[in-house]
Design a protein around this ligand. Structure first.
Ligand code: UT7
Length: 333
Protein backbone atom coordinates (compact mmCIF):
# COMPACT_ATOMS: atom_id res chain seq x y z
CA UNK A 1 0.00 0.00 0.00
CA UNK A 2 1.18 3.50 -0.85
CA UNK A 3 1.58 6.11 1.86
CA UNK A 4 2.48 9.77 1.82
CA UNK A 5 5.15 11.46 3.91
CA UNK A 6 6.22 15.05 4.48
CA UNK A 7 9.84 15.21 3.35
CA UNK A 8 10.48 18.98 3.42
CA UNK A 9 9.09 22.11 5.08
CA UNK A 10 9.71 25.81 4.51
CA UNK A 11 8.22 29.18 5.31
CA UNK A 12 8.62 32.81 4.43
CA UNK A 13 7.15 35.93 6.05
CA UNK A 14 7.39 39.58 4.92
CA UNK A 15 10.12 41.74 6.52
CA UNK A 16 7.74 44.42 7.80
CA UNK A 17 6.95 43.87 11.50
CA UNK A 18 3.72 45.47 12.72
CA UNK A 19 3.70 45.93 16.48
CA UNK A 20 0.69 46.29 18.75
CA UNK A 21 1.89 49.82 19.51
CA UNK A 22 1.74 50.70 15.81
CA UNK A 23 -1.86 49.45 15.65
CA UNK A 24 -2.66 51.43 18.80
CA UNK A 25 -1.55 54.57 16.92
CA UNK A 26 -4.07 53.83 14.14
CA UNK A 27 -7.14 52.78 16.18
CA UNK A 28 -8.55 52.56 19.69
CA UNK A 29 -6.77 49.50 21.02
CA UNK A 30 -3.76 48.77 23.22
CA UNK A 31 -0.86 46.37 23.53
CA UNK A 32 -2.34 45.05 26.78
CA UNK A 33 -5.75 44.32 25.21
CA UNK A 34 -4.25 42.55 22.20
CA UNK A 35 -1.80 40.45 24.25
CA UNK A 36 -4.39 39.51 26.86
CA UNK A 37 -7.22 38.62 24.41
CA UNK A 38 -5.20 37.08 21.57
CA UNK A 39 -1.60 36.40 22.69
CA UNK A 40 -0.31 38.32 19.67
CA UNK A 41 2.72 40.63 20.14
CA UNK A 42 3.46 41.38 16.49
CA UNK A 43 2.61 40.28 12.97
CA UNK A 44 4.07 40.73 9.47
CA UNK A 45 2.43 42.78 6.74
CA UNK A 46 3.34 42.68 3.08
CA UNK A 47 5.51 45.29 1.43
CA UNK A 48 3.67 46.25 -1.81
CA UNK A 49 6.96 46.73 -3.68
CA UNK A 50 8.10 43.23 -2.84
CA UNK A 51 5.56 40.68 -1.66
CA UNK A 52 2.81 38.80 -3.47
CA UNK A 53 1.02 35.68 -2.29
CA UNK A 54 2.67 33.68 -5.09
CA UNK A 55 6.21 34.95 -4.58
CA UNK A 56 6.10 34.43 -0.80
CA UNK A 57 4.83 30.91 -1.55
CA UNK A 58 7.71 30.40 -4.00
CA UNK A 59 10.26 31.44 -1.35
CA UNK A 60 8.72 29.02 1.18
CA UNK A 61 8.58 26.27 -1.48
CA UNK A 62 12.25 26.63 -2.43
CA UNK A 63 13.27 26.23 1.22
CA UNK A 64 11.06 23.11 1.51
CA UNK A 65 12.58 21.68 -1.70
CA UNK A 66 16.11 22.35 -0.52
CA UNK A 67 15.46 20.69 2.85
CA UNK A 68 13.99 17.69 0.98
CA UNK A 69 17.03 17.55 -1.32
CA UNK A 70 14.74 17.98 -4.32
CA UNK A 71 14.47 20.49 -7.15
CA UNK A 72 11.50 22.24 -8.81
CA UNK A 73 11.55 19.65 -11.59
CA UNK A 74 10.70 16.88 -9.10
CA UNK A 75 7.26 18.39 -8.36
CA UNK A 76 4.36 16.53 -10.03
CA UNK A 77 1.47 18.66 -8.78
CA UNK A 78 0.79 21.84 -6.78
CA UNK A 79 -2.02 22.24 -4.26
CA UNK A 80 -2.29 25.86 -3.13
CA UNK A 81 -4.47 26.92 -0.19
CA UNK A 82 -5.33 30.60 0.08
CA UNK A 83 -8.36 32.85 0.51
CA UNK A 84 -6.35 35.89 -0.55
CA UNK A 85 -5.17 35.08 -4.08
CA UNK A 86 -3.20 37.71 -5.99
CA UNK A 87 -6.04 37.95 -8.53
CA UNK A 88 -9.78 37.38 -8.20
CA UNK A 89 -9.00 34.71 -10.81
CA UNK A 90 -6.97 32.74 -11.72
CA UNK A 91 -5.90 31.37 -8.34
CA UNK A 92 -2.35 31.68 -7.05
CA UNK A 93 -1.52 28.03 -7.89
CA UNK A 94 -0.67 28.83 -11.51
CA UNK A 95 1.25 31.94 -10.44
CA UNK A 96 3.37 29.84 -8.10
CA UNK A 97 3.91 27.34 -10.90
CA UNK A 98 5.18 30.20 -13.10
CA UNK A 99 7.44 31.52 -10.29
CA UNK A 100 8.97 28.06 -9.96
CA UNK A 101 9.60 27.82 -13.72
CA UNK A 102 7.23 24.87 -14.15
CA UNK A 103 4.98 26.48 -16.76
CA UNK A 104 2.85 24.05 -18.67
CA UNK A 105 4.48 20.93 -17.27
CA UNK A 106 2.30 20.12 -14.25
CA UNK A 107 -1.18 20.93 -12.91
CA UNK A 108 -1.95 23.38 -10.09
CA UNK A 109 -5.06 23.21 -7.90
CA UNK A 110 -6.41 26.00 -5.69
CA UNK A 111 -8.14 25.39 -2.35
CA UNK A 112 -10.09 28.12 -0.56
CA UNK A 113 -11.10 26.68 2.77
CA UNK A 114 -9.74 29.54 4.86
CA UNK A 115 -8.05 28.57 8.12
CA UNK A 116 -8.65 24.87 7.41
CA UNK A 117 -7.26 25.31 3.88
CA UNK A 118 -3.85 23.80 4.51
CA UNK A 119 -5.26 20.59 6.03
CA UNK A 120 -7.80 20.34 3.19
CA UNK A 121 -4.90 20.78 0.71
CA UNK A 122 -2.80 18.18 2.52
CA UNK A 123 -5.73 15.78 2.48
CA UNK A 124 -6.24 16.20 -1.28
CA UNK A 125 -2.52 15.70 -1.92
CA UNK A 126 -2.51 12.64 0.34
CA UNK A 127 -5.32 11.03 -1.72
CA UNK A 128 -3.50 11.68 -5.01
CA UNK A 129 -0.38 10.02 -3.64
CA UNK A 130 -2.22 7.06 -2.12
CA UNK A 131 -3.94 6.32 -5.45
CA UNK A 132 -0.56 6.39 -7.21
CA UNK A 133 -1.48 9.34 -9.44
CA UNK A 134 1.40 11.58 -8.28
CA UNK A 135 4.67 10.91 -6.46
CA UNK A 136 5.79 14.34 -5.25
CA UNK A 137 3.32 17.13 -4.43
CA UNK A 138 4.00 20.69 -3.31
CA UNK A 139 1.37 21.74 -0.75
CA UNK A 140 1.27 25.42 0.12
CA UNK A 141 -0.66 27.80 2.37
CA UNK A 142 -0.03 31.51 1.77
CA UNK A 143 -1.96 34.67 2.56
CA UNK A 144 -1.87 38.43 2.35
CA UNK A 145 -4.59 39.44 4.81
CA UNK A 146 -3.30 42.89 5.68
CA UNK A 147 -4.61 44.63 2.55
CA UNK A 148 -8.23 43.57 3.28
CA UNK A 149 -8.24 44.70 6.92
CA UNK A 150 -10.14 47.73 8.14
CA UNK A 151 -7.32 49.57 9.94
CA UNK A 152 -9.68 51.79 11.95
CA UNK A 153 -11.45 51.36 15.28
CA UNK A 154 -14.43 49.96 13.38
CA UNK A 155 -12.30 47.00 12.21
CA UNK A 156 -10.20 46.51 15.34
CA UNK A 157 -11.50 43.03 16.21
CA UNK A 158 -9.96 41.70 12.97
CA UNK A 159 -7.20 44.25 12.25
CA UNK A 160 -5.24 43.21 15.34
CA UNK A 161 -5.45 39.49 14.60
CA UNK A 162 -4.54 38.78 11.01
CA UNK A 163 -1.10 38.71 9.40
CA UNK A 164 0.68 37.74 6.18
CA UNK A 165 3.02 34.86 5.34
CA UNK A 166 3.56 31.58 3.52
CA UNK A 167 4.38 27.99 4.40
CA UNK A 168 5.08 24.98 2.19
CA UNK A 169 5.57 21.27 2.46
CA UNK A 170 6.67 18.56 0.07
CA UNK A 171 4.57 15.43 0.29
CA UNK A 172 6.06 12.31 -1.24
CA UNK A 173 5.05 8.69 -1.83
CA UNK A 174 6.55 6.38 0.74
CA UNK A 175 6.43 2.70 1.70
CA UNK A 176 5.87 3.66 5.36
CA UNK A 177 3.23 6.04 6.78
CA UNK A 178 3.29 9.14 6.87
CA UNK A 179 -0.05 10.71 7.02
CA UNK A 180 -2.18 8.30 9.04
CA UNK A 181 -5.52 10.01 8.37
CA UNK A 182 -7.18 13.33 7.63
CA UNK A 183 -10.64 14.46 8.78
CA UNK A 184 -12.57 17.25 7.04
CA UNK A 185 -15.79 19.02 8.05
CA UNK A 186 -17.82 22.06 7.08
CA UNK A 187 -21.06 23.81 8.03
CA UNK A 188 -22.25 26.54 5.66
CA UNK A 189 -24.96 27.76 8.02
CA UNK A 190 -22.26 29.98 9.54
CA UNK A 191 -20.74 31.36 6.32
CA UNK A 192 -21.41 35.02 7.21
CA UNK A 193 -19.90 34.78 10.71
CA UNK A 194 -16.45 35.30 9.18
CA UNK A 195 -16.28 36.52 5.59
CA UNK A 196 -15.37 39.08 2.99
CA UNK A 197 -18.47 39.81 0.92
CA UNK A 198 -16.98 41.41 -2.17
CA UNK A 199 -16.18 41.21 -5.01
CA UNK A 200 -19.11 38.78 -4.89
CA UNK A 201 -20.70 37.74 -8.18
CA UNK A 202 -24.33 37.69 -7.00
CA UNK A 203 -24.71 41.44 -7.13
CA UNK A 204 -26.65 43.56 -9.58
CA UNK A 205 -24.41 44.61 -12.44
CA UNK A 206 -24.26 48.28 -11.34
CA UNK A 207 -23.08 47.34 -7.83
CA UNK A 208 -20.07 45.54 -9.26
CA UNK A 209 -18.81 48.50 -11.28
CA UNK A 210 -15.79 50.02 -9.49
CA UNK A 211 -16.80 53.62 -10.29
CA UNK A 212 -20.28 53.07 -8.72
CA UNK A 213 -19.05 51.70 -5.39
CA UNK A 214 -19.41 54.32 -2.66
CA UNK A 215 -19.18 52.06 0.37
CA UNK A 216 -16.15 49.73 0.21
CA UNK A 217 -16.66 48.25 3.70
CA UNK A 218 -17.99 45.05 2.13
CA UNK A 219 -14.47 44.43 0.81
CA UNK A 220 -13.10 44.14 4.37
CA UNK A 221 -12.96 41.13 6.68
CA UNK A 222 -16.07 40.86 8.88
CA UNK A 223 -16.00 38.52 11.88
CA UNK A 224 -18.36 37.78 14.73
CA UNK A 225 -15.44 37.00 17.03
CA UNK A 226 -17.44 35.61 19.95
CA UNK A 227 -19.45 33.24 17.79
CA UNK A 228 -16.34 32.01 15.95
CA UNK A 229 -14.51 31.52 19.26
CA UNK A 230 -17.34 29.46 20.78
CA UNK A 231 -17.57 27.11 17.79
CA UNK A 232 -13.78 26.89 17.43
CA UNK A 233 -13.09 25.52 20.90
CA UNK A 234 -15.72 22.77 20.46
CA UNK A 235 -14.79 21.76 16.90
CA UNK A 236 -11.03 21.81 17.47
CA UNK A 237 -11.35 19.40 20.38
CA UNK A 238 -13.84 17.16 18.55
CA UNK A 239 -11.79 16.84 15.37
CA UNK A 240 -8.58 16.03 17.26
CA UNK A 241 -10.40 13.31 19.21
CA UNK A 242 -11.88 12.00 15.94
CA UNK A 243 -8.38 11.62 14.46
CA UNK A 244 -7.05 9.89 17.58
CA UNK A 245 -10.03 7.51 17.73
CA UNK A 246 -9.70 6.65 14.01
CA UNK A 247 -6.15 5.46 14.71
CA UNK A 248 -6.77 3.91 18.15
CA UNK A 249 -4.44 6.47 19.70
CA UNK A 250 -4.71 8.62 22.84
CA UNK A 251 -3.86 12.23 23.67
CA UNK A 252 -0.74 11.06 25.54
CA UNK A 253 0.52 9.55 22.25
CA UNK A 254 0.67 13.03 20.64
CA UNK A 255 4.26 14.26 20.44
CA UNK A 256 3.26 17.67 19.12
CA UNK A 257 -0.07 19.32 18.36
CA UNK A 258 0.30 22.10 15.79
CA UNK A 259 -3.04 23.91 15.86
CA UNK A 260 -4.05 26.62 13.42
CA UNK A 261 -2.92 29.83 15.10
CA UNK A 262 -6.27 31.60 15.56
CA UNK A 263 -5.96 32.98 19.07
CA UNK A 264 -3.61 31.86 21.85
CA UNK A 265 -6.61 31.50 24.17
CA UNK A 266 -8.16 28.99 21.75
CA UNK A 267 -4.93 26.92 21.69
CA UNK A 268 -4.70 27.06 25.48
CA UNK A 269 -8.33 26.03 25.87
CA UNK A 270 -7.82 22.98 23.61
CA UNK A 271 -4.61 22.11 25.44
CA UNK A 272 -6.44 22.17 28.79
CA UNK A 273 -9.45 20.25 27.49
CA UNK A 274 -7.26 17.47 26.06
CA UNK A 275 -4.89 17.48 29.05
CA UNK A 276 -1.79 18.16 26.94
CA UNK A 277 1.45 19.48 28.46
CA UNK A 278 3.12 22.69 27.26
CA UNK A 279 5.75 20.76 25.31
CA UNK A 280 3.00 18.87 23.41
CA UNK A 281 1.59 22.06 21.81
CA UNK A 282 3.35 24.43 19.41
CA UNK A 283 2.31 28.09 19.22
CA UNK A 284 3.90 30.97 17.32
CA UNK A 285 0.90 33.32 17.06
CA UNK A 286 2.86 35.75 19.28
CA UNK A 287 5.13 36.57 16.33
CA UNK A 288 2.88 36.23 13.27
CA UNK A 289 -0.76 36.65 14.32
CA UNK A 290 -3.34 34.59 12.46
CA UNK A 291 -2.11 33.88 8.91
CA UNK A 292 -5.14 31.72 7.95
CA UNK A 293 -4.09 28.93 5.54
CA UNK A 294 -0.41 29.74 6.09
CA UNK A 295 -0.44 29.38 9.86
CA UNK A 296 -0.05 25.58 10.13
CA UNK A 297 2.74 25.19 7.55
CA UNK A 298 4.61 28.19 9.03
CA UNK A 299 4.28 26.70 12.53
CA UNK A 300 5.25 23.20 11.33
CA UNK A 301 8.28 24.56 9.50
CA UNK A 302 9.42 26.55 12.56
CA UNK A 303 8.82 23.65 14.94
CA UNK A 304 10.85 21.36 12.67
CA UNK A 305 13.68 23.92 12.36
CA UNK A 306 13.75 24.25 16.17
CA UNK A 307 14.25 20.47 16.47
CA UNK A 308 10.79 19.92 18.00
CA UNK A 309 9.76 17.31 15.40
CA UNK A 310 11.75 14.10 15.18
CA UNK A 311 11.48 10.83 13.31
CA UNK A 312 8.65 8.60 14.53
CA UNK A 313 6.95 11.45 16.42
CA UNK A 314 3.16 11.61 16.26
CA UNK A 315 2.18 15.05 14.95
CA UNK A 316 -1.40 16.28 15.07
CA UNK A 317 -2.61 19.19 12.94
CA UNK A 318 -5.99 20.81 13.58
CA UNK A 319 -7.81 23.86 12.27
CA UNK A 320 -11.08 25.76 12.44
CA UNK A 321 -12.22 28.81 10.51
CA UNK A 322 -14.45 30.56 8.01
CA UNK A 323 -17.18 28.48 6.42
CA UNK A 324 -17.29 27.19 9.08
CA UNK A 325 -14.76 24.54 8.16
CA UNK A 326 -12.66 22.43 10.49
CA UNK A 327 -10.16 19.62 9.96
CA UNK A 328 -7.40 17.51 11.45
CA UNK A 329 -4.52 15.30 10.34
CA UNK A 330 -2.43 12.76 12.22
CA UNK A 331 1.09 12.20 10.96
CA UNK A 332 3.73 9.65 11.93
CA UNK A 333 6.94 11.56 11.18
O1 UT7 B 1 -8.85 31.88 12.29
C1 UT7 B 1 -10.05 31.29 12.72
C2 UT7 B 1 -11.09 32.26 12.94
N1 UT7 B 1 -10.86 33.26 13.91
C3 UT7 B 1 -10.89 33.00 15.23
O2 UT7 B 1 -10.88 31.89 15.67
C4 UT7 B 1 -10.99 34.19 16.14
C5 UT7 B 1 -12.00 33.93 17.22
N2 UT7 B 1 -12.33 35.07 18.05
C6 UT7 B 1 -11.42 35.77 18.78
O3 UT7 B 1 -10.24 35.51 18.73
C7 UT7 B 1 -11.94 36.81 19.74
O4 UT7 B 1 -13.35 36.78 19.74
C8 UT7 B 1 -11.46 38.26 19.42
C9 UT7 B 1 -9.98 38.38 19.73
C10 UT7 B 1 -11.76 38.63 17.98
C11 UT7 B 1 -12.20 39.25 20.30
O5 UT7 B 1 -11.94 38.96 21.65
P1 UT7 B 1 -13.14 38.83 22.69
O6 UT7 B 1 -12.52 38.59 23.99
O7 UT7 B 1 -14.11 37.80 22.16
O8 UT7 B 1 -13.76 40.27 22.65
P2 UT7 B 1 -15.26 40.70 22.27
O9 UT7 B 1 -15.48 40.59 20.82
O10 UT7 B 1 -16.20 40.01 23.22
O11 UT7 B 1 -15.22 42.21 22.64
C12 UT7 B 1 -15.05 42.66 24.01
C13 UT7 B 1 -14.83 44.15 23.98
C14 UT7 B 1 -15.86 44.89 23.13
O12 UT7 B 1 -16.14 46.13 23.75
P3 UT7 B 1 -17.47 46.31 24.63
O13 UT7 B 1 -18.62 46.03 23.70
O14 UT7 B 1 -17.37 45.31 25.75
O15 UT7 B 1 -17.37 47.73 25.09
C15 UT7 B 1 -15.11 45.17 21.85
O16 UT7 B 1 -15.58 46.30 21.17
O17 UT7 B 1 -13.56 44.45 23.41
C16 UT7 B 1 -13.73 45.40 22.35
N3 UT7 B 1 -12.69 45.16 21.35
C17 UT7 B 1 -11.47 45.72 21.43
N4 UT7 B 1 -10.93 46.55 22.33
C18 UT7 B 1 -9.67 46.94 22.12
C19 UT7 B 1 -12.74 44.36 20.25
N5 UT7 B 1 -11.57 44.40 19.61
C20 UT7 B 1 -10.78 45.25 20.30
C21 UT7 B 1 -9.45 45.70 20.16
N6 UT7 B 1 -8.94 46.53 21.09
N7 UT7 B 1 -8.67 45.30 19.13
Amino acid sequence: MLHSKIVGLGHHVPDTVITNDYLSSRMETSNDWIVERTGIHERRWMNPAEDTVANMAAKASRIALQRANLSEKDIDFIVFATITPDYFFPGSGVLLQRELGLDGTIAALDIRNACSGFIYALSVADQFIKTGKFKTILVVGAEIQSTALDITTRGRNTAVIFGDGAGACILQASAKPGILSTHLHSDGRFAEELYVKDPGSSRPHEERQPDQILDTSTYKVVMNGNQVFKHAVVRFTEVIEEALNANSLKTEDISLLVPHQANLRISQYIQGKLGLSDCQVYNNIMRYGNTTAASIPIALSEAWAEGKIKENDLICLAAFGSGFTWASALIRW
